[in-house]
Structures are given as C-alpha cells and as structure tokens.
Design a protein around this ligand. Structure first.
Ligand SMILES: Cc1cc2nc3c(=O)[nH]c(=O)nc-3n(C[C@H](O)[C@H](O)[C@H](O)COP(=O)(O)OP(=O)(O)OC[C@H]3O[C@@H](n4cnc5c(N)ncnc54)[C@H](O)[C@@H]3O)c2cc1C
Length: 444
C-alpha cells in the first residue's frame, strides 16, 4: 500500500464506533468495504458483549457530532428521529464543577443524548444503507494475512457459527477492534518488531444503572453532573436522559475508590458525592435494570507508528490505537474525527502506510493530553514544571469565571467540546478577564 493505488477492497476489523466511521470514510475511496464483527449484530439497538462499555454513560462532544454529520449526512436528525434527547449546554445542566455551581445560562450548544447502543445502531444503519458498506457479523478475525515481515494483504477470519475459516484479501486492513486489539501481538509474531505502549492509569471505575423517574422530578434539569472536587476528590456522578424516557446514571471513582454494584452500596456512593441532589433524585426513581460495573479505564496509547517495520496495507484506529479515560467523554468523538481525517488523507493520496498511521496517531494528541493531564492531577504527581503549574492555576481561575459569565462559558464549552482550539482559552482579551476575576459569586 505504499501509494494506495489499489483501492479495490478494504476490510475493517470491528463494528464499533471506530470501525463503522472508518468504514464510511473508506467507502468513498474503495470499490468495496467489508466490516468483520465478532458479535451478532441485531437490528435493534441492544447490548452486545463486544462493547461492554455501552451500559455506561456515552456523551457525544460537539466536535464528534459535527464529524458524524460530515461522514453520515443527516446523522443528528436520524438520531433524534430514533429517540435521542436534545441537551442544551449549559442550560439543561445542573453542574457542580470542582469550582462550584454553574449559573443557568441560555443554551450555547445543543448535542443529542442517547445510549451508546442507539448511537452505534444509527451509524451502522447509515453505513450499510447509504454508503454500501458490507457488515459481516459473527465473524472473528483471527490473524493478518501476507508474507511475514511484509505487507498485510488481508485477514484470516473464522465464522462463529462453526463454518470453515477463510482468508479475505484486502488492499487495506483497518484495525478497529478496540482496547483488546491483538494486532500489536500479531505484528510482533510476523516479524515487524514491537512498539511501546504508554499507560496513564488513574485507576478509575464506573457503575451505572438505568432508571425511570416518575413525576418529572429530574425534568427541570435534564443533566445532573456532580464532579469530584474539594471535600470529595475521588468521587463523581452524572445523570443523563436516554431514549425511551429513561435516565442513565453513571457513578465513578478514581484511585480504586470505585462505586459498588450492589443496591445499597450504589446508593450510598451517590449519597457521598459533594452534593446530595443526585441521590435525592434516585430515591424517588424506579430502577429499570441491574447495576453494571466497568473497571479497565486506563489511558492507553500504542505507538505502532514507531514499529521498526510498519507494514503496508494496515492502519490502526480507535481505542486499539489510543483509548482514553472515558470520564472525559472523548472516545466516540475521537473515532469520528479520525475517520474524517482518514477520508481527507485518502483524498490527498501519495502517503505511505507509516505516514498515514503517524497522521492518524497525531490526530489523537489533543484528547490524549486532556485525559492524561486531568488523570495525572488525580494521581497527585504534580505539575511537570513551573509552566504547567501556571497553566493549571490559570485553568482553575478560568473555570471560576466560566461558571458566572455567559461569554466565557461559551468559549469554555467550545474548547471542551473540541469545536475550537485550546488556544481560544488564552486569547489576550480572555486572559485579561481572567486576571480581573469573576464579577459575581458562583451560583448557590
Ligand atoms: C465505561 C466507558 C464509558 C465511555 N463513555 C464515553 C463517553 O461518554 N463518550 C465517548 O465519546 N466515549 C466514551 N467511551 C469510549 C467509547 O466507548 C470508545 O472510545 C469508542 O466507542 C471507540 O471504540 P472502538 O470502536 O475503537 O472500540 P469498541 O467500541 O471496543 O469496538 C470494538 C469492536 O471490535 C469487535 N472486535 C474485537 N475483536 C475482534 C475480532 N478479532 N474480530 C472481529 N471483531 C472484533 C468488538 O466486538 C467490538 O464490536 C466510553 C468507554 C467506556 C469504557
């Protein structure tokens, strides 16, 4: 694939958000695109074992929504038609940040809220129906095809219903098989050497449950978010609306202070947050399912682009390449933004496989910095140097201002939702306002 001139068939491993969005991007450049997925994929948006994280809160960032709309025209409308709920930021958010409560400003951003299952189902349907992607489910990829040490020329796949294993030729294979990808190990076995993996682990864990809330006690505020902060530095929780009139509550804890998955422990953890409002809402709520836990949430980045010998014919994307702590809600947006980048790189042409892989890896840099920067703070390792300490202090004062000033709040969320560059937070006019400090107190 040095020049990627042969663009007959592309194979994608995994039909998660990274696999589906990559497939849609590839569909504009290859004659055929086939996604191979180990799980059975029902038409309905329901849980499947290959994506255990779907039981937990999955917020979409503005930039992810924009990327999905670019890849799948009309995505947002389809998601609303399927039952998603519009969330107006900050208006709909009862938000207790580390620096206090946020005032209720008019909406500056609106993003759809839905379960991960529904978001994925909408993208999958569009990939198949509108972009001609073939999705073969119950098919496990068991290895890469091609001469050892040479280009990847396809995959080995095994139907999970016991049919005969087969070899699927491809001009390009994209690995989107998630955090447990075996591609790094397969490459080592094939003689491409090994690449480092950077891990930053704040030892965070989630527990989540669906609820029905009679009487609209949570209607006044569609989202409740209590973040860790002074007095309770390790525990947080959030409630969001999802399709079907239900609310999804995810509690989280850092440094092994994980929310329990039993009834009493879950409620006690909710009661121990920095403010009791979430617990108060849950006391009048009807559980609509069991409590599920999730633990393996470390930031993990595989530096495959540094392999001694990167094989032509292969790219790695999504969590398989760079998975970040989900507390910061970036993974699906990163997947969609990577797919938009892939589309652009393929349209430009001319780059070899390693260069393409490097560009995809570089696209994750900002999200990686955000997640690991916040997690290093939780780990208490302190700022790396004086400049980093100054930036952290500035960000704290900026947050205090964003809680009470609508303009600053908008700029803050433009950047948090990855719609604007971080540099917007350091514009001269804004730094001057931060230096003056808030003109009124935080909300009570
Ligand atoms: C608890 C939790 C909460 C999260 N919350 C958010 C959030 O709020 N916002 C957000 O944007 N992101 C969130 N994320 C991140 C998000 O889920 C992922 O980053 C994003 O979906 C991209 O994942 P992926 O497609 O790379 O991998 P996955 O979603 O893991 O999908 C991988 C797919 O590959 C399949 N597969 C694996 N191996 C094979 C094989 N050998 N052959 C065939 N198929 C295979 C799997 O069955 C699966 O379908 C959260 C993650 C977790 C863990």
């Amino acid at each position: 694939m040095t020049d990627l001139e042969a663009r007959r068939h592309a194979v994608v491993i995994g039909a998660g958000m990274a696999g589906l969005t990559a497939a849609v991007a590839l569909a504009g450049h290859f004659d055929r695109v086939t996604v191979l997925e180990r799980d059975a994929l029902p038409d309905e948006p329901v849980f499947r074992p290959g994506v255990p994280q779907s039981r937990h809160l999955h917020s979409l960032m503005g930039a992810g929504q924009r990327a999905l709309d670019e890849l799948v025209p009309g995505f947002t409308g389809r998601l609303y038609d399927a039952g998603a709920i519009p969330l107006r930021t900050p208006y709909d958010h009862l938000w207790f940040s580390p620096a206090g409560w946020c005032h209720r400003f008019p909406p500056s951003h609106t993003v759809p809220s839905a379960s991960r299952e529904l978001i994925e189902a909408v993208v999958r349907r569009a990939a198949v129906e509108r972009h001609g992607v073939a999705v073969r489910h119950r098919t496990e990829v068991t290895g890469l095809d091609g001469e050892p040490g040479g280009a990847v020329t396809g995959v080995h796949a095994a139907p999970r219903d016991g049919g005969a294993p087969e070899r699927l030729p491809a001009d390009l294979v994209v690995d989107a098989s998630g955090r447990r990808s075996r591609v790094p190990a397969w490459l080592t076995e094939r003689g491409h050497g090994t690449a480092e993996t950077t891990v930053v682990d704040s030892r965070a864990g989630y527990s989540s449950r669906l609820y029905e809330i009679p009487g609209g006690s949570a209607d006044e505020w569609r989202v409740i978010s209590i973040q860790p902060g002074p007095g309770q530095p390790t525990r947080g929780g959030a409630l969001v609306p999802v399709e079907g009139g239900r609310r999804l509550v995810s509690l989280y804890g850092y440094l092994d202070d994980h929310p329990p998955t039993d009834e009493d422990g879950f409620l006690a953890f909710a009661a121990s947050l920095r403010h009791p409002v979430l617990h108060d809402v849950l006391r009048s709520a009807e559980p609509a399912g069991p409590i599920h836990g999730f633990r393996n949430m470390a930031n993990r980045r595989w530096h495959g682009e540094d392999l001694p010998a990167w094989p032509d014919g292969l790219l790695v994307a999504g969590d398989a390449l760079c998975a970040v702590n989900p507390v910061y809600a970036q993974g699906m947006s990163m997947a969609a933004m990577t797919a938009v980048l892939l589309d652009r790189l393929l349209a430009e042409g001319g780059a070899d496989g390693r260069t393409l892989q490097k560009r995809l890896a570089a696209g994750n840099e900002r999200a990686w910095q955000v997640a690991t920067g916040a997690d290093l703070a939780h780990l208490g390792t302190g700022a790396a140097d004086e400049a980093a300490a100054e930036t952290a202090a500035y960000m704290q004062r900026l947050l205090e201002l964003a809680l009470v000033d609508a303009d600053v709040n908008r700029t803050f969320f433009d950047v948090m939702m990855m719609l604007d560059e971080p540099g917007a937070l350091f514009a001269p006019e804004l730094t001057a306002r931060v230096a003056r400090g808030p003109a009124r107190p935080a909300a009570g």
